[in-house]
Design a protein around this ligand. Structure first.
Ligand code: V55
Ligand code: FE
Length: 507
C-alpha cells in the first residue's frame, strides 16, 4: 500500500499533503495518499459487502435508530492515468442501526453507465465528465454514476452526481430501483441534478438545481422545488450565471436562493484533447448571487469578489438586513489533481480550505460581497444538523487536521463548531487514521439542534485500510467515540454521507 503512514488524512487535499510528506518526498506522478490505490477515503474496493450484526466496541445507544449512508467513486474498470479520483461508478453503503445492532451493506448504484459497462466488461466512459471520449455505443445513454452524495426521497436513496439525474435505490436493500430517476417525469431525463440539494426546514420539500442545464457548456441553471410526498415540481425558474464553472453546492433560506460562482471553468478544448471537464482559471473572479425563492429569478443580483474557490456550503441564514452564506474557501484551485488553465503546477497551499462567512446586504446596494474567516480549521467538507438547511443554525461539524500541529504531522480530527460563541472542540483520532466526512444524527426527530450523535468512517492507514464507524456524542466530541463499529474490511470509498432518521423509513 502506498499510503503515507504517519500522516492522518482528511479531505481532498490531505491526500496531496500526505504524498508530500511520504518517504521519497513529493512525487506527483503517483497517486497521492487518500487517492484510489494509495489509501484513505477514495481507495477503491470494488467488492459489494453484506455483514449483518457487526462487531461493536462500546455500546450503541438504544435510542439510536436510523441509517448512515454514503457514496463514493469506486471504478468498475481501471481509470486512465490522466483521469481523476472524482470519476468512477458510485458505490453506496449503509449502516442500519437499530436496537443496539448494526447491519452493514454496500451496493453499486447501477445506472445505465454501470449496466452497459458490466455487459461490455470494459470502461465505456473513460474520462471524467467528457462525453467526447465516450465509446460510440453509449451515445444518448445516461452518464450517471451517483458517486458524490445520497439523499432520502420517499423511502428511496437517490445517488447523486451533478451532471445527471439521480439513480434511485431501495432504502433497505440498496438494490437499484430506477437507473434514471426523474421524480415521476417532473424533471427531464437529461436534466443535471446537483449533488447538494437542500431539505426545506419548514416543509420538508426538496430544493435542487442543475447547471449546464441546456446541454454541455450551457450557462443556464435551473432551480426547482419538489414536493416531499408527491414528487411534484412546486416551482422552477431558470437563471444565467456570469460564466460556466463548477457549481457544486448552493444555499437556500426561507426566502432566498444563493449561488457562489468560482473559476473552476469548463474547458472544451481540453476535453477535445481527451482531458477532464474543468480547468482552474486563476484570473477568474468570483460572484455571489441571490434571488427570491418561488419567484421568476429576474431579481437575481451578482456581487463580485476576488479569485477564490468555495465548494461546500455549511449553512446559510439572513437577519432581515443581510444574507449570510457559510462556506469553505480556498485561495486557489481546491482540487490539486485538476489542471490549472495556465499550465502551472499543483498549488497545495492554495488548495487548503478554511471556513468563511460571505455576507451581502439584502437591499442589493453593495457591488461586492464581504468575506470573513470563521475558523482556522482546514475543512473541505463541513456539515450541519440537516434539519437546519434553510433556517438559522448554530452548530457545524467537519473532519480537519489538528490546527495546533504542523499540517504534515497533524492527526485527523472531528470538529464540532459553535457559531454562536465562535469556539470549537476537537477529537483527534491520531496520525494513523484517515477520517471521512462525518454526519450528524439527532437523538430524535424533535430533539434540539446539536443534541445527538456525530459519526463517520475511520480508515486505518496501518491496517490495510480496515475501517471503523465511530460514533461520538455530538455535544462532547472531545471525549471520543462512545461506540466503534468494527468492519473486518475496508469501507467503500466516500465523498459524502447522510443520516436517515428511523422515523423516515417506510413502515
Ligand atoms: C466534487 C466531487 C465530485 C465532483 C465534483 O466534492 C465536485 C466535490 C465526486 O465527484 O464531480
Ligand atoms: Fe460535495
Amino acid at each position: 500500500m502506498g499510503t503515507a503512514a504517519g500522516v492522518g488524512a482528511v479531505g481532498f487535499n490531505a491526500a496531496a499533503h500526505a504524498a508530500d510528506a511520504a518517504p521519497g518526498g513529493s512525487d506527483l506522478s503517483r497517486p497521492p495518499a487518500g487517492a484510489p490505490g494509495s489509501g484513505g477515503q477514495f481507495s477503491l474496493l470494488r467488492a459489494e459487502v453484506t455483514i449483518n450484526d457487526c462487531e461493536v466496541d462500546g455500546k450503541i445507544p438504544a435510542e439510536l435508530d436510523g441509517g448512515f449512508y454514503a457514496t463514493g467513486p469506486d471504478p468498475q474498470y481501471p481509470r486512465l492515468p490522466n483521469n481523476i479520483l472524482f470519476d468512477g461508478e458510485g458505490h453506496v453503503r449503509m449502516f442500519r442501526i437499530q436496537n443496539g445492532r448494526v447491519d452493514y451493506r454496500t451496493r453499486y448504484a447501477k445506472g445505465e453507465r454501470y449496466q452497459l459497462q458490466d455487459k461490455a466488461r470494459r470502461s465505456l466512459y473513460p474520462m471524467y465528465r467528457n462525453p467526447y471520449m465516450d465509446d460510440p455505443s453509449v451515445k444518448g445513454k445516461s452518464r450517471a454514476t451517483g458517486n458524490t452524495h445520497v439523499i432520502n426521497h420517499k423511502g428511496m436513496i437517490l445517488a447523486l452526481k451533478e451532471d445527471s439525474p439521480p439513480i434511485a435505490m431501495d432504502l433497505n436493500t440498496l438494490e437499484t430501483v430506477d437507473a434514471i430517476f426523474t421524480f415521476g417525469g417532473e424533471l427531464p431525463s437529461t436534466q443535471p441534478f446537483t449533488a447538494h440539494p437542500k431539505v426545506c426546514s419548514l416543509t420538508g420539500n426538496l430544493l435542487g438545481f442543475g447547471y449546464e442545464a441546456e446541454g454541455l457548456g450551457s450557462d443556464v441553471v435551473s432551480v426547482f422545488e419538489i414536493d416531499k410526498t408527491t414528487s411534484k415540481k412546486l416551482w422552477e425558474t431558470k437563471i444565467k450565471v456570469p460564466y460556466v464553472g463548477m457549481i457544486h453546492d448552493f444555499g437556500v433560506s426561507e426566502k432566498y436562493v444563493m449561488f457562489f460562482c468560482v473559476p473552476m471553468t469548463i474547458d472544451i478544448p481540453q476535453m477535445k484533447r481527451g482531458g477532464i471537464h474543468w480547468s482552474w482559471d486563476r484570473s477568474g473572479k468570483t460572484y455571489f448571487g441571490f434571488f427570491r425563492r418561488g419567484g421568476d429569478g429576474k431579481d437575481l443580483k451578482w456581487f463580485e469578489g476576488p479569485t477564490r474557490s468555495g465548494t461546500h456550503t455549511m449553512g446559510v441564514f439572513d437577519d432581515g438586513k443581510k444574507l449570510y452564506f457559510d462556506t469553505e474557501i480556498t485561495a486557489g484551485n481546491p482540487f490539486p489533481f485538476m489542471p490549472n488553465k495556465d499550465g502551472s503546477p499543483p498549488d497545495f497551499k492554495g488548495a487548503e480550505s478554511y471556513l468563511h462567512r460571505i455576507s451581502v446586504p439584502l437591499n442589493g446596494k453593495a457591488k461586492s460581497y464581504d468575506i470573513e474567516k470563521l475558523y482556522p480549521l482546514s475543512a473541505p467538507l463541513p456539515r450541519q444538523d440537516d434539519r437546519y438547511n434553510t433556517v438559522p443554525y448554530r452548530y457545524g461539524y467537519a473532519a480537519c487536521p489538528d490546527p495546533a500541529v504542523d499540517r504534515r504531522a497533524a492527526g485527523a480530527c472531528y470538529a464540532r463548531m459553535d457559531l454562536q460563541t465562535r469556539t470549537y472542540k476537537l477529537w483527534n483520532a491520531g496520525t494513523r487514521i484517515s477520517l471521512a466526512e462525518p454526519v450528524f444524527a439527532p437523538r430524535s426527530a424533535t430533539s434540539p439542534e446539536g443534541e445527538g450523535y456525530l459519526m463517520g468512517i475511520a480508515y486505518h492507514l496501518d491496517q490495510n485500510l480496515r475501517s471503523d464507524l465511530v460514533i461520538l456524542d455530538a455535544q462532547r466530541v472531545e471525549a471520543g467515540p462512545i461506540a466503534t463499529v468494527k468492519l473486518p474490511v475496508q469501507a467503500s470509498p466516500q465523498v459524502h454521507g447522510l443520516w436517515v432518521r428511523g422515523d423516515l423509513y417506510p413502515t
